[in-house]
Design a protein around this ligand. Structure first.
Ligand code: NAD
Length: 719
């Protein structure tokens, strides 16, 4: 809806009214059309101001209308009518003007923004482009390079930057609507011809071809197969090379392609999935609405290695006081330097003072006595972690939440070491912890809803996307990674090379293939875990073959590389070779190829030609199958939780929606049929055996992903 009032005698004020962000729903569009007509027909009205209620101009199109039959007046003619109006129209931008909201403002003759407002065209992040004239007007207003940047990245800009770029005409610290009304009175009667952006020529540099070629290369590299950024470049190119009307036609054509591509659907699903994970629930029935978080003002981090440093920075940057504890004197000194450096660089980037005084350092645990929450990040060693939790339980004030950053150890074992196991949860960050968006909040059987709510709230405060998950080996992310890694190793045994497997996965859209990632994170990490689990060496008492553990197929390839000191990038050798230790440029390694040949000969394996499809299906479908098991076990509440974890924590390509959405796109019956096929060929690999929930979903006619929760509930009730 839109409300109309006459203010200051001669100004028609149109206020968009649609909670929460005044999205351009059919009702709002109808309201704007009607109120504009009224303002234009009233002789006393000399100019018009458009604003939004509750301090928000407009958040853009109503995403709930996507994919449905459009009702109400269409956006493009509405914006054209505003631009063509005979009386000046001023946009009073408070809060946000995003997507269609900014396109509406670009149709106005003037734009006044509040100093705290942000504007942008984020359509690309939903697999679309600004198709209500945004791709044609913005380059005409601010030039091709700046428009390309904004439209292909979807980034939001502050009012100050918008003023500098020329998107807005004025920025104010005062009441924006009052300022806009005064402004509108001043410009009433002035010629509007110079204010209609669609009539502007597009300022384009002489080397336009080279500029667009470079832009195209850049977005193709970053897009990892996403087509919307490419279409955005094509649309801006149309603005630069075609008359406005033809450019609008091109914008429409490109939008039609995007709409039907499937990627837009995946990205829109993902948009809602991010919201869904905030509404967490536990199998006990505890839920986000009924579980109150406790305030956390002061926190402690125990262990200042790779993870502890990043976690400390994330907490301090969010304004928390942090006690940072490290027992090794040398590590403590290095950590102090590293943390201060990270805080200073972060502050410089965001133009604020570094939060150095928020962090106090200690080499013993006593100063954590008065903190509200502790995050333990010592070595991944259960005995050590148990000891630390015993100490924390003895030292901390009553009510302190005790959290572990373990990558996959049992949270319940740690909780059992404390006086108040209900206060213990996992807070599983991803490296680098101050950068990566994902946080898995792991509840054990004894964790209280308050503890989960507090960890989720803290995650939000420090800018993370937090997902609540149940307690099991590897939680959600690392548990699903296990069969994926396992398949990659089996493929090497059967004849593939690390380069080929990585190439297939990177073409699919992962930032890095499985072997490049292993080299980056260090092969020794998993090796130590396998050694602790007694897997890295065959058990001599059982007489089982080297490639079998606990009756299942096992590949010792990773262990053999570690025995040779090949830990990945850090040692300059792993699945690839590097110029020197620490270098990031991976090159195929002839040594590794001969090693694989010898290995196959030693174990009587005959290398065969493995194609693209087999690599993709075995790696991805085994991971997806584990995802279904996780849903079946109630470790994740729904497919959205898994998808958010995979996109934010494991670089799953966002335009494919996440592994569970991808499975739905491929077709659950196809995933089932291929898993059955591979399991028949490899009966000693249990992770390829299709799980019950997948079979159940297929038997139920493969319902759409938003209906899976109902099926999962039924499966749980039958257990
Ligand atoms: P790290 O080896 O870099 O650092 C561990 C630090 O803990 C060391 O500085 C060590 O001196 C210190 N420490 C050991 N005992 C201590 C004690 N009693 N009190 C205080 N400090 C102590 O390890 P990391 O990579 O930062 O991993 C830490 C934890 O985070 C592990 O549980 C790991 O599984 C988990 N994790 C790691 C990653 C990763 O990518 N590195 C990602 C997610 C989670």
């Amino acid at each position: 809806m839109a409300q109309y009032t006459r203010v200051s005698g001669s100004v028609g004020l149109i206020t968009l009214q649609s909670p929460r962000v005044n999205a351009l729903s059919a009702a709002v569009r109808q309201g704007i059309v009607d109120m504009m007509q009224r303002a234009l027909s009233e002789p006393e009205v000399k100019s018009v101001v458009i604003c939004g209620q509750n301090g928000i101009f407009c958040g853009g199109a109503d995403i709930k209308e996507f994919g449905k039959n459009m009702s109400g007046p269409p956006l493009i003619p509405m914006i054209h009518a505003i631009e063509a109006a005979s009386k000046p129209v001023v946009a009073a931008i408070e809060g946000i003007a995003l997507g269609g909201g900014l396109e509406l403002a670009l149709g106005c003759h003037y734009r006044i923004a509040h100093a705290k407002a942000r504007v942008g065209l984020p359509e690309v992040t939903l697999g679309l482009l600004p198709a209500a004239g945004g791709s044609q007007r913005l380059p005409r207003l601010i030039g091709v390079p700046a428009a390309l940047d904004l439209i292909t990245t979807g980034r939001h800009v502050t009012a100050a930057e918008a003023l500098k770029l020329g998107i807005v005409d004025q920025v104010t610290d005062h009441n924006t609507v009052n300022v806009a009304v005064k402004f509108a009175k001043r410009v009433a009667g002035q010629s509007l011809d110079p204010r209609r952006i669609s009539t502007y020529p597009c300022p384009c540099p002489s080397d336009a071809d080279a500029l667009f070629e470079k832009a195209m290369q850049k977005v193709r590299r970053a897009a990892r197969g996403a087509i919307a950024p490419v279409a955005c470049v094509q649309a801006v190119r149309a603005a630069a090379t075609l008359p406005y009307n033809q450019g609008m036609e091109r914008e429409k054509e490109l939008m039609a392609t995007l709409f039907t591509s499937g990627q837009a659907r995946a990205l829109q699903y993902f948009f809602f999935a991010q919201r869904a994970v905030g509404k967490w629930s536990m199998p006990s029935g505890a839920r986000w609405e009924t579980s109150k978080p406790r305030p956390v003002h002061k926190a402690a981090v125990i262990g200042l290695g790779t993870m502890g440093r990043g976690i400390t920075v994330a907490l301090a940057q969010a304004g928390l006081s942090v006690v940072a504890v490290e027992t090794q004197e040398k590590q403590l000194m290095e950590a102090k330097q590293a943390i201060s450096g990270m805080l200073e660089r972060g502050a410089k980037r965001s133009g604020v003072a570094p939060a150095l005084d928020k962090v106090s350092y200690s080499h013993n645990i006593q100063p954590v006595a008065d903190v509200d929450l502790v995050i333990e990040a010592v070595f991944e060693d259960m005995a050590l972690k148990k000891k630390v939790f015993q100490q924390l339980s003895a030292v901390c004030k009553p009510g302190t939440f005790l959290c572990s950053n373990t990558s996959g150890l049992d949270i319940d074992h740690l909780a059992c070491q404390t006086r108040n196991p209900e206060l213990v949860v996992g807070m599983h960050f991803f490296a680098p912890a101050h950068v990566m968006k994902l946080l898995e909040v792991v509840y054990g059987p004894k964790s209280s809803p308050h503890a989960v709510a507090t960890a989720m709230q803290l995650g939000k405060k420090i800018g993370k996307v937090s997902v609540a998950v149940g307690n099991c080996r590897g939680f959600v992310g690392n548990r699903m990674l296990k069969p994926y890694l396992e398949q990659a190793l089996f493929l090497l045994e059967e004849g593939a090379t690390p380069e080929f497997v990585d190439q297939v996965l990177e073409e699919f859209g992962f930032a890095m293939g499985v072997f490049r990632v292993s080299d980056l994170s260090g092969l020794d990490v998993g090796w130590r875990v396998r050694m602790a689990d007694g897997l890295a060496q065959p058990d001599p008492t059982t007489g089982q073959p080297v490639r079998v553990r606990q009756g299942r197929r096992y590949s010792p390839l990773g262990d053999l590389l570690c025995e040779q000191g090949r830990f990945g990038q850090k040692t300059g050798r792993g699945w690839y070779q590097y110029d020197k230790p620490g270098s990031q440029v991976a090159k195929p390694d002839p040594w590794l190829h001969s090693f694989l040949d010898e290995y196959r000969t030693r174990h009587g394996l005959v290398a065969r030609r493995i194609d693209h499809q087999e690599v993709l299906e075995r790696c991805l479908y085994s991971l997806i199958n584990e995802g279904f098991r996780i849903l079946e076990d109630g470790i994740a509440a729904g497919p959205e939780d898994i998808d958010v974890i995979y996109v934010f924590g494991y670089s799953w390509p966002r335009h494919r929606g996440g592994p569970m959405f991808y499975a739905a796109t491929v077709g659950l019956n196809k995933v089932l049929e291929r898993l059955e096929h591979y399991h028949q060929a490899h009966p000693d690999v249990p992770s390829l055996q299709p799980c019950r929930l997948l079979r159940k979903l297929v038997a139920g006619g493969s319902p759409p992903i938003h209906k899976w929760r109902e099926v999962i509930k039924k499966v749980h009730s039958q257990l």
